[in-house]
Design a protein around this ligand. Structure first.
Ligand SMILES: Nc1ncnc2c1ncn2[C@@H]1O[C@H](COP(=O)(O)OP(=O)(O)OP(=O)(O)O)[C@@H](O)[C@H]1O
Ligand SMILES: [Mg+2]
Length: 379
């Protein structure tokens, strides 16, 4: 775990480039630092591996102040992919990757094996590429080598400063996917800097949005999308962002929380009264079961009551029993498909315990979609 505690950085004549920054980065997570040019992202990264020292405050790794580590030792255990690739042009690809294992005096055989292993990992064959020079590789290939080199010493922490920003969108996406695949196996602690909000939301377990050397919001991509802390965050991520990433919307985001239950033996007259009092158009018919689990027997929408002449009929006589429930974390697209395929108007939403926590209705879906739709001038 990396903990940045109240860190301030002043350069000569420039104060508070980093301004009382607090950030905790858990093991095995990818944390993305994002923010406008000059907001202090690179400066923050460089303080983590002590390329520069904070003016005040402290950085701890696993509870130990990094000042207590030998600088060289610290850097060997922190891989660093710098802004603008940073391969040595006069060394071959093989030599570039072998640099750090050599520095730490691994023997030649072990180093060679490691270089081969890493090149395989990043999908560039040793036989074809090891003897070439960086200038003979495409930008994307060079970036892959940069990543391989950062992994060479098998560090626990990797700092990646805009590693993919110079690449075309297709190569960039490929490398993002490769990084995520690698991370699935390696579980490194990664601090990743980018300008690009799509990249941040795709790569990051958590995203720290910075402004003027401080963190404005630190949250999961989902949290930031759904609950932007203020206008700055909202403008930065773009107001129509949720519309572009609808898979972030879950059943619990589109449900009506005002869900009203009724017993199976209650009459239609009871039901009409309850609907009026509780201002709902649907009742969930439940069996009395020990909390928290709810056993749902059926649904009664207001349309089912209309035109029924016998007011003594019970809920169990008129309820719709071929309904489907959904889990609160099911994504909106899945829920909508299910509703359409089964011609459902109402979908009860359950939590992990099987408790009823809400109900999805046409209106609740419509409300959310209207909320997240980009505002267009053209109508
Ligand atoms: N060595 C230095 N001396 C004085 N000022 C510096 C120095 N290095 C950086 N700065 C200033 O500190 C601020 C933050 O720089 P930093 O490189 O951390 O920004 P950044 O967020 O990484 O920006 P970018 O997205 O453009 O890479 C900038 O205003 C920059 O001009
Ligand atoms: Mg930078």
């Amino acid at each position: 775990m990396i903990e940045i505690k109240g860190v301030v950085k002043n350069y000569d004549g420039v104060t508070n480039v980093v301004d009382n920054l607090n950030l905790t980065i858990n093991d095995g997570e990818i944390v993305v630092l994002i923010g406008e040019s000059g907001c202090g992202k690179t400066t923050t990264m460089k303080m983590i591996n002590r390329l520069i020292e904070p003016t005040s405050g402290a950085i701890e790794i696993d509870g130990k102040d990094i000042k207590q580590f030998e600088k060289i030792e610290l850097r060997r255990n922190i891989g660093y992919v710098i802004q603008q690739i940073g391969l040595f042009p006069h060394l071959t690809i093989g030599q570039n990757i072998a640099l750090i294992p050599k520095l730490v005096k691994k023997d030649a055989k072990e180093t060679l094996a490691r270089v081969k292993e890493l090149m395989e990992m990043i999908d560039l064959s040793y036989d074809d590429y090891a003897e070439r020079y960086p200038g003979e590789l495409s930008g994307g290939q060079q970036q892959r080598i940069g990543v391989a080199r950062a992994l060479a010493n098998d560090p626990d922490v990797i700092l990646m400063d805009e590693p993919f920003s110079a690449l075309d969108p297709i190569t960039r996406e490929q490398l993002q996917n490769e990084l995520l695949k690698l991370q699935d196996e390696l579980h490194k602690t990664i601090v990743f800097v980018t300008h690009d909000i799509d990249e941040a939301f795709k790569i990051g377990d958590k995203v720290a949005l910075m402004k003027d050397g401080a963190i404005i919001q630190y949250d999961t991509p989902e949290g930031m999308l759904k609950n932007p802390l203020n206008d700055f965050v909202e403008n930065f991520i773009g107001q129509d962002r949720l519309w572009k990433t609808p898979d972030m919307l879950k059943a619990s985001d589109v449900m009506e929380k005002n869900v009203v239950t009724i017993g199976a033996n209650r009459s239609i007259v009871n039901a009409i009264g309850i609907m009026r009092d509780r201002q709902t158009k649907v009742l969930v018919v439940v069996k009395n079961t020990p909390e928290p689990k709810t056993e749902i027997l059926g649904l009664v929408g207001s349309n089912r009551l209309r035109g029924v002449e016998n007011g003594d009929l019970k809920m169990k006589d008129i309820m719709k029993t071929d309904f489907r429930s959904t889990h609160k974390d099911d994504c909106l697209a899945t829920v909508l498909t299910m509703r359409k395929e089964n011609n459902l108007r109402y979908t009860p939403v359950l939590d992990d315990n099987g408790s009823l926590i809400g109900i999805i209705t046409d209106i609740s879906v419509l409300n959310v979609i209207t909320d997240v739709m980009p505002v267009s001038e053209d109508y």
